[in-house]
Structures are given as structure tokens and as C-alpha cells.
Design a protein around this ligand. Structure first.
Ligand SMILES: C[S@@+](CC[C@H](N)C(=O)[O-])C[C@H]1O[C@@H](n2cnc3c(N)ncnc32)[C@H](O)[C@@H]1O
Length: 447
């Protein structure tokens, strides 16, 4: 099928899409942009595709043409209790301490699901909180959920979901919080009323001014949204999240989005399950250490990198943490247990996987990389090990090696088929993972 736009116009449109929505398509994805433009022409019943292109280049985001285009451009992949390991950290490390400290005084919680899609993430938060607060009526719980796509928000407000939204096996929340309506399930009104669904564009330059409701959050969840943005835009958006958070507030991003979070605004807290970002009291000095020393020694550094390396938080940063935060790093005991398990069962990759995540959470990049290599030695088809090792190497500036591991992962994922769940990925599907890796390869690693 012949393309609708010339390659020059396609590039102009791609730039305009990024300027208006933040969504970034590398030049390798020109054919996707062309396809989506054709979809828009068809959707709007246009006869002159080029005239529509010219209108898109001139019109603001509020124009109906853009609103329809946004519906085509955005990815509506979401489900309840997505990435459950990260959510359980939100429960234990964010919500539980907040509830404990506020029970005697303000009894307020304020959370934001940014890029909430059709509402599953925001409702998951609301259900978690409802379970944690038997006296919820005595609390002021405000959950704001925003998205750029108005039709997603409309579905979120209705709160009616098919069984595909419940693909993550849960702990009885479906029976507790939903009412069956024919083939579907409707969220109970007492949970629906905990959330305000509002339109908001994270890429809007006037982010805060245009959205007076975005302030003093205890926690912002923005997961699986910034993977679609250019790394430079991610930096800008995370600085806006910082402004919208209360001191000590938390930012939670998706598993693959951590590499772009700027440590200037946040202090990373490492757990075996995920990384959480805490707003620092004052902007901290960007870490000087760009490449973890130990990893440089292990492998030659191929390129100078000025990236912030998330596991290489400098010793001085760490010493500024209160003791309780430092204690959140897994103790040596866990490593010893793991070592013992390896001694008894040397050919089991799962012990090395555990060891790798423990080392990562202790910011021991070299040791983590060694453990991931052992996982791969025992099972070269372990997709997550390729991704994790690639991630460590990317952080260390070993871009060619990182690319190689990401590409291996892509090959394995494509073989799996896009709807297959990826082992050890917290329920992500191969299609989502492919998209994320492609973004990484198109972004920082596109050397
Ligand atoms: C893949 S979904 C993620 C949904 C949910 N956060 C999750 O993790 O399941 C990505 C969402 O980001 C939204 N999005 C994309 N660009 C956006 C922007 N500039 N501002 C706000 N939301 C945006 C999309 O409309 C879509 O609903």
C-alpha cells in the first residue's frame, strides 16, 4: 500500500505528534505513523489526506482532529493489579507508613494515577486503600486519575470491565469490589467515588498552571506511560512530578522506565521487587559517578556516558538517608541464604536470579551483572535476564553490549508471540515488552 505522506511530511507530523502529545516515534517507525494517519483519514471520513495533515500541523490539541488522532496514537493496554510486586511495595512502603503517621492527625491521603488509561490502575489503588482502612469514612482520601485520551476517561468513569481487565490473578478483589452486569463487571460506587477522572496532558508546557488540582500528592503512579516518550521529555515530566509531590512524596514508574528518572529530583529506594523514588527535601547534587567502578573493571567501557546510573548512588548521598531507609536494603543474611541455596543446587538458575536482584537492590552492579550472566549461562533463553543485564550495561555506558542483550530479548519475545506472558516479568506480555525494548533501542541506545 502506498504511503499517504511523503517521507518529509511524515517526519514533520512525527515532530508535531511529539510536540502536542509527547508521544515519540523514531524514524524507524515511519510506517506506523503513516498507518495511523490513514486510520485517522478513514475515521474522520476525509477525502483529502494531505489537507488533514496540514490541519493537524496547525491546530491545537483541543481540536476534534487531534482528539480523534490521540485515540489512535495512544496505547490502551492496562489491567487491574498490574505489576503486583510494585503495588505491594506501594502498600507496605508508601501507604502503610503514611496511614500510621496520619492516623492520629490529618487523616488525609492524596494520590495521582498519571496516564490512568481506562481506570484499572486508579481503581486498584482505591481497592488497596479501602482494604487498608477499615475506618475509611473517617479519612479524606483523594485519588486523581488523569489521561490525555478522553474516551479512555469516559470508560474509566463508567467503571465497567470485561474479564480481560482481570487477567492478573488477584486476591478476591473482583468478588469484593465488583458487581456482575451481564458478561461484564461494574466497580462498586463506594470505590468509584474515591476517584476523580480528569483530562490532562503530561506534555503540556503549562502542566501545573493548566491543572490547579495537581499539587501536594503523597504518591504519583505514572507507570507504562513514559516508555512512549523521548528521554529528554521524560526528564521534563519527572521534574513536574517533583513539583506536584509533597516533600517526602513518592513517584512510582513502570519496571522499564526507571533508567530515565533523574536522581536530581528523587532519591531512589531499591527493593528486590522494584525501585521507588522519593522526593528529596532539597534538590540533591546530581551523582558524580556515571559508571559503576566495578562494572568498568569487569568490562571495557565502550562509550563515555553522562547518564545518571541509578544503582550508583554515591556514598555521600546514602549517608544522608535516615537509618530506616538504609535498612530497607536487603541484609547480608539474604545473600548468605542465597549462596547456601546455590551450594546445594548449583544448576538452578532461580538462585542466581534471586542473587542478582539482591545485588541490584544493594547497588552492587558488578555482582548483579555476574549473577545475571550465570542465569543466562544456565538458560540462554531467559528473556528477563537479557533485559536486566542489558539494563545494567546501559547504565554503565556499555551500550554495544546492552544493545546486544536487548536484541536477544527482542528475538526471544517475538518467538513467544505478543500475547504470551513473559516469565518473571510481573505479568507483562511479550507485545508490551517488545514495545518497551524498542523504545530503549530507539532512545538512548540509538547510537
Ligand atoms: C499503556 S497505558 C498505561 C496505563 C496504566 N498506567 C498502566 O500502567 O496500566 C498508557 C497511557 O498513557 C496515556 N498517555 C499517553 N500520552 C499521554 C500524555 N501526554 N499525557 C497523559 N497521558 C498520556 C495513554 O492515553 C494511555 O492511557
Amino acid at each position: 500500500m502506498s504511503p499517504l505522506l511523503s517521507s518529509h511530511d511524515c517526519q514533520l507530523l512525527t515532530k508535531q505528534i511529539r510536540a502536542v502529545t509527547g508521544l515519540y516515534f523514531s524514524s524507524e517507525r515511519d510506517s506506523d505513523v503513516q498507518r495511523m494517519m490513514k486510520q485517522l483519514v478513514y475515521k474522520l471520513g476525509e477525502t483529502d489526506g494531505h489537507a488533514l495533515f496540514r490541519r493537524l500541523m496547525a491546530l491545537p490539541m483541543t481540536a476534534p482532529e487531534w482528539q480523534s488522532f490521540i485515540d489512535i496514537l495512544t496505547v490502551g493496554e492496562t489491567y487491574f493489579m498490574r505489576e503486583p510486586r510494585a503495588l505491594s511495595l506501594v502498600e507496605s512502603e508508601v501507604l502503610y507508613p503514611l496511614i500510621r503517621s496520619r492516623r492520629q492527625n490529618s487523616r488525609k491521603l492524596k494520590l495521582w494515577s498519571a496516564g490512568c488509561c481506562t481506570g484499572e490502575e486508579a481503581y486498584s489503588l482505591a481497592m488497596l486503600i479501602d482494604r487498608m482502612l477499615p475506618d475509611r469514612r473517617a479519612w479524606e482520601v483523594e485519588i486523581i486519575a488523569t489521561d490525555i485520551n478522553p474516551s479512555f476517561l469516559e470508560r474509566a468513569r463508567k467503571g465497567v470491565y470485561g474479564s480481560w481487565s482481570f487477567r492478573q490473578p488477584g486476591t478476591g478483589y473482583q468478588a469484593q469490589y465488583f458487581r456482575r452486569v451481564g458478561e461484564n463487571y461494574q466497580i462498586r460506587p463506594e470505590i468509584r467515588d474515591m476517584i476523580r477522572f480528569l483530562p490532562h496532558n503530561l506534555s503540556d508546557q503549562g502542566f501545573q498552571a493548566s491543572a490547579a488540582f495537581l499539587y501536594e500528592f503523597d504518591c504519583v503512579l505514572c507507570r507504562n506511560v513514559m516508555i512512549y516518550f523521548h528521554p529528554e521529555d521524560v526528564q521534563k515530566i519527572t521534574s513536574r512530578f517533583e513539583a506536584a509531590l509533597s516533600p517526602g512524596g513518592w513517584l512510582v514508574v513502570g519496571a522499564s522506565e526507571a533508567s530515565h528518572i533523574h536522581q536530581q529530583y528523587f532519591q531512589a529506594h531499591y527493593y528486590p521487587q522494584a525501585i521507588l523514588y522519593k522526593k528529596t527535601a532539597q534538590p540533591s547534587i546530581p551523582p558524580v559517578v556515571a559508571v559503576p567502578q566495578s562494572l568498568q573493571e569487569a568490562e571495557p567501557v565502550e562509550a563515555e556516558s553522562d547518564h545518571t546510573v541509578s544503582y550508583a548512588v554515591s556514598t555521600s548521598d546514602r549517608s544522608a538517608e535516615p537509618a530506616a531507609q538504609v535498612a530497607s536494603h536487603p541484609p547480608q543474611d539474604a545473600l548468605s541464604d542465597c549462596q547456601e541455596a546455590i551450594t546445594l543446587d548449583r544448576l538452578n538458575p532461580e538462585h542466581y536470579r534471586k542473587m542478582a536482584t539482591l545485588h541490584e537492590s544493594r547497588q552492587e552492579g558488578h555482582e548483579a551483572a555476574m549473577a545475571w550472566r550465570r542465569v543466562l549461562y544456565l538458560n540462554p533463553a531467559d528473556c528477563m535476564a537479557h533485559i536486566q543485564l542489558g539494563h545494567l550495561q546501559q547504565q554503565a555506558g556499555l551500550t554495544a553490549k546492552a544493545r546486544r542483550h536487548y536484541r536477544n530479548a527482542l528475538t526471544l519475545l517475538r518467538e513467544m508471540g505478543e500475547h504470551s506472558p513473559v516469565p518473571h516479568s510481573d505479568g507483562l506480555h511479550a507485545g508490551e515488552m517488545i514495545e518497551m525494548i524498542q523504545q530503549l533501542l530507539d532512545g538512548d541506545l540509538n547510537a
